[in-house]
Design a protein around this ligand. Structure first.
Ligand code: GUN
Ligand code: ZN
Length: 426
């Protein structure tokens, strides 16, 4: 048993906040949470067992990034252009490098280490078109014992030839092989990953939907990030007479529980929100990406009011940071521009339990209920001079949490633990 003393914050639902100021996270030998207690509730023996004193720090469940691209580790911060131009000029060439297995291994490891340094312990990840790059990603995640949701990117039109699946049949064979090898292997979970409408034929989308349902997998793609993408997709799939872009995916059997849709800025109003809500789907809101590419402002408050599950995504490499704290900072501003003001508690909920609910993984991660997998992050209220000064001069814990949420990034991450073992710094 191990005990971590600190201010402990976790959620068992959006309104169910557990905040213990001089608290302790108790983790069992198998790397699962035993309980959260007040420090003064622990027995003398338990206090002696305390391996770590984080008394001045905040202990939270590990952050969950609902959307990122491991294939874009070296495309982050590439200048210029809207989505389609940026994909063509920077992203496709960067992803093509993953044909080289040695590079794919090194890049996947670097990507995961940067996530851990940012306090992220689970992510929904698009790898690249190459089956071998998906193997490399899952192997790197396994070395770190991480719960990762990932899949091979599927594309069969509208992108450079070297990145296209040669046929839907071949793509299906590749996916079946990867599912067999990785889905449920250790902590790995497989997501069918058709890139988006403009790079898919209807046959490819139907295949993705079929395997998702056949194997109870996860599903991830992009949806309505830009108006251009929506127009392009409605035109491409006109034969389906879709009500909306989402309806194309829905008609192909892709929308349901464990499906995660990145962006959803230009979705088709209340009817689309209603489909996403009623099917138990999740949205990845990626503010640093949306601002970087000039895609638009995601209506977070409206989506939440409509009852849709929402999480944050970094969307590295269109996103400009691996840090979900930095992502929350931008989410706050995107919401403020629309007249809504996130609280620190709402933000921390969305980075942990809310994201776990969006991925339908809340029984295992995102919280500190008894039996949860003990992935957690320790944040330092005094990590930088600005943070230190600001958090020393505040009224109450909520103000301190808000300052930490706005001013924090990788520098605020004192340690990241995976299944009860310290994974960062190593
Ligand atoms: N839409 C399709 N592919 C991508 C991608 O790689 N990044 C982003 N931000 N949007 C996409
Ligand atoms: Zn993306």
């Amino acid at each position: 048993m191990a005990v971590y003393r600190g201010t402990v914050l976790w959620f068992s639902g959006e309104q169910d906040v557990h905040l213990v100021e001089d608290g302790a996270l108790v983790v069992d030998e198998s790397g699962h949470v035993e309980r959260v207690a007040r420090w003064d509730e622990l027995t003398g023996e338990q206090r002696v067992n305390a391996v770590q004193d984080y008394r001045d720090d905040l202990i939270l469940p590990g952050f969950i990034d609902a959307h990122a691209h491991s294939g874009q580790v070296d495309a982050i911060a590439s200048p210029g252009g809207d989505l389609m131009a940026w994909l063509k000029d920077y992203v496709y060439p960067a992803e093509a490098k993953f044909r080289d297995v040695d590079y794919a291994r090194e890049a996947s490891s670097a990507f995961l280490d940067m996530m851990l340094a940012a306090g992220t312990t689970t992510a929904c990840v698009h790898t690249t078109s190459f089956k071998t790059s998906t193997d490399a990603f899952f192997a790197a995640a396994k070395e770190r014992d991480l719960r990762m949701v990932a899949g091979k990117v599927l594309m069969d039109t509208g992108a450079p030839d070297e990145l296209l699946d040669p046929s839907v049949g071949q793509a299906e064979d590749d996916c079946r092989e990867l599912i067999e090898r990785w889905h449920g292997e250790g902590r790995a979970l497989y997501a069918m990953t058709p890139r988006f409408g403009p790079t898919s034929t209807v046959e490819l989308l139907r295949m993705a939907g079929r395997l998702y349902r056949e194997h109870d997998l996860w599903m991830q793609s992009h949806l309505a990030e830009t108006r251009d993408e929506v127009d392009h997709s409605l035109e491409r799939f006109a034969d389906l007479k879709p009500r909306s872009y989402l309806d194309v995916y829905d008609q192909c059997g892709m929308v349901g529980p464990r499906s995660v849709w990145a962006h959803c800025i230009w979705t088709d109003g209340p009817a689309d929100w209603d489909v996403l809500r009623s099917k138990g789907a999740g949205i990845a809101f990626c503010p640093t990406s949306n601002l970087f590419l000039g895609s638009g402002l995601f209506p977070l408050a409206r989506a939440r009011r409509a009852g849709v599950r929402v999480a944050f995504g970094t969307d590295v490499g269109a996103g400009t940071s691996y840090s979900l704290l930095a992502t929350l900072n931008e989410a706050y501003k995107v919401s403020a521009l629309q007249g809504d003001h996130l609280t620190a508690l709402q933000g921390f909920y969305l980075m942990t339990r809310g994201a776990a609910e969006a991925l339908q993984l809340e029984d295992r991660i995102g919280g500190f209920h008894s039996g949860a997998e003990a992935d957690f992050v320790v944040l330092d209220f005094a990590a930088t001079p600005v943070l230190k000064r600001r958090t020393e001069n505040v009224g109450d814990i909520h103000e301190r949490l808000f300052a930490l949420a706005m001013l924090g990034d990788e520098r605020a991450v004192k340690a990241t633990y995976v299944m009860g073992r310290r994974a960062h710094p190593r």
